[in-house]
Design a protein around this ligand. Structure first.
Ligand SMILES: Nc1ncnc2c1ncn2[C@@H]1O[C@H](COP(=O)(O)OP(=O)(O)OP(=O)(O)O)[C@@H](O)[C@H]1O
Length: 376
């Protein structure tokens, strides 16, 4: 299977740029996910790969085959790209049996009837539905229909599989099962897959690497663990999982460490910085609710931790943990804890390694700004 190389992809709709010089490479056999809030440009990127949209500029290649390149005016039409596509709406023909649905792409490719029979049987077998080949789509469950759509995309052995929110029509339980099943099938087939979703849990669970998008920009491309543990920007930290954000100003910086004054309380903290920080920089301090803990104000504290004085407002018991809302200046901070029963004035202890420091967030996406506002 080939690599997919996307370079400087730009797409304008009526003078509005919805993809800004997007570049990424997908490795052979990789499960690669485009993740981001609604309207960030995921589907447009996928449509450019499929050939359903022509990019304004940039290039796309699969292995040695160039599919689009504005510098040489090259544009390979979708039917010649040999890419398998599954949409959110399965788009099965209701008046055709499963076998007839799968025969459609093979007829277009002028595959002989004898060969069609074998290919259709093999593809339905891959998705566990060979015994239902003569049923009509309405005689199947939603999950089964979704599998047929996948079989129809696989039946002509595409070089790359493009999946646009294929599980979003399934109910929560079925969706979780389908996620495991689809990931297993993809890795058994070793087929390079580009997956579009706005569901971060789905992306974290299924992907080899995730590209986080916002407003037509690619913010970070990395494996799930890295995206969660080391978000590249405050926007990524806000979109993936939950985070607390506190604005601050750098008072001094030297040798990979910075002293930051927090604007909410005037408290001063020392944090490690991976990038250059300069005195006077406006920054955002971020940490996740499950990486911190609470103690009473008199308790002994670990070394190398940041300690903030806060007050508990509410406690919610959610089965696996307690979720505390804390008042810190004018902000509400979130803390997860396995200990219940804490009330009143507490110390919020943030281990040094749990803190991330970002340039003051310049968030352009409305959805993400709302997520950040939760803890602002
Ligand atoms: N044909 C079109 N004409 C004009 N604008 C378009 C067109 N298609 C998409 N857009 C705009 O481009 C932007 C990106 O849309 P896109 O569908 O790629 O986002 P998305 O991340 O896939 O969102 P969703 O998760 O809601 O499907 C949006 O602002 C959308 O309104």
């Amino acid at each position: 299977m080939p690599d997919v190389a996307v370079k400087n992809l730009r797409k304008d709709f009526g003078g509005v740029t919805v993809l800004h010089e997007v570049s990424f490479t997908i490795r052979d056999g990789e499960f690669f996910t485009l993740l981001g809030p609604s309207g960030c440009g995921k589907s447009t990127t996928l449509s450019c790969l499929a050939g359903l949209e022509q990019p304004t500029s940039g290039s796309i290649a699969v292995g040695d085959t160039v599919l689009v390149d504005d510098s040489s005016n090259k544009f390979v039409p979708p039917e010649e790209r040999n890419l398998g596509m599954v949409f959110q709406s399965y788009a099965l023909w209701p008046h055709m049996t499963l076998a007839e649905n799968l025969a459609m792409p093979l007829n277009i490719r002028k595959v002989s009837k004898a060969e069609q029979k074998t290919l259709i049987h093999d593809a339905l077998e891959k998705v566990g539905l060979a015994h239902l080949a003569h049923r009509y789509p309405h005689q199947l469950s939603g999950g089964q229909q979704q599998r047929v759509a996948l079989a129809r995309a696989l039946v002509y052995s595409p070089k790359v599989l493009l999946l646009d929110e294929p599980l979003s029509n399934l109910d929560a339980k079925l969706r979780e099962q389908a996620r495991i099943w689809l990931k297993r099938l993809q890795s058994e087939l070793g087929i390079t897959t580009v997956y579009v979703t706005h569901d971060q849990e789905e992306a974290l669970a299924m992907s080899d690497r995730i590209a986080v998008m916002s407003n037509g920009h690619m913010l970070q491309v990395a494996p799930p663990h890295e995206i969660y543990e080391r978000p590249a920007t405050a926007e990524v930290a806000a979109f993936i999982g939950r985070s607390n954000f506190i604005d601050g100003t750098v008072l001094a910086a030297h040798g990979g460490a910075a002293t930051v004054r927090l604007e909410e309380s005037g408290e001063t903290i020392n944090v490690a910085v991976s990038e250059q920080a300069t005195t006077g920089d406006l920054v955002t301090v971020a940490f996740r609710p499950e990486k911190v803990f609470l103690t009473n104000r008199g308790a002994e504290l670990p070394a190398a931790a940041i300690v903030l004085n806060a007050d508990i407002i509410t406690t919610s018991y959610v089965g696996s943990r307690y979720e505390y809302d804390l008042k810190y200046g004018s902000k509400t901070l979130l803390v997860d804890s396995t200990t219940g029963g804490l009330t009143g004035a507490v110390r919020l202890v943030v281990p040094a390694e749990a803190v991330r420091l970002y340039p003051r967030a310049n968030v352009v996406s409305k959805d993400v700004a709302e997520l950040m506002a939760v803890t602002h």
